[in-house]
Write a protein of this length. Sequence first.
Length: 185
Amino acid sequence: MRHIFAKIALPLTIMMSGNAIAESLTLSSDDIVSGQYMNKAQEFQGFGCQGGNSSPQLSWSGTPNGTKAFALLVHDPDAPTGSGWWHWQVVNIPENVNSLPAGAGDIANKPAPLGVINIKNDYGVEGFGGACPPKGHGTHRYRFTLHALSKKLELPDDASGALTGYMVNAHSLESSTIEALYKRD
């Protein structure tokens, strides 16, 4: 019996130690920090908001094996809609890219890497749409979630935020989130 346990325990120990030292996907930013308020630069321009509407700088490391592309989803679960608010969904970021500069979500002035697909956000435009919670609605959470994908996604030209989210989650190998905050008084 001991002999059988040793045959099972040794490979299990090696496998667990390999996972313990494997680097996991980590999203970071020079512009936003989890649990802290974003700057006016990340506020939308429109809908009564007068911010810079600039997507934050983002970078990542610890790409899992088998990654064929990345997707970035930015969502406010606190928007008073019943389903939250999609601020940015960009998919098929090439596997060799590990950062997006500040303003990369402005597809008119700073095109994202070749081959990416920007999905229309809930403001009705492609690219980044900044924070714009209703005045007096309190603090909203903005989840910037990067997914390593097992394949490039094929989406229809008019893909909804829900369809995009479904396909991203169906092919996500690993994800990392920065949850930044914003409010308007």
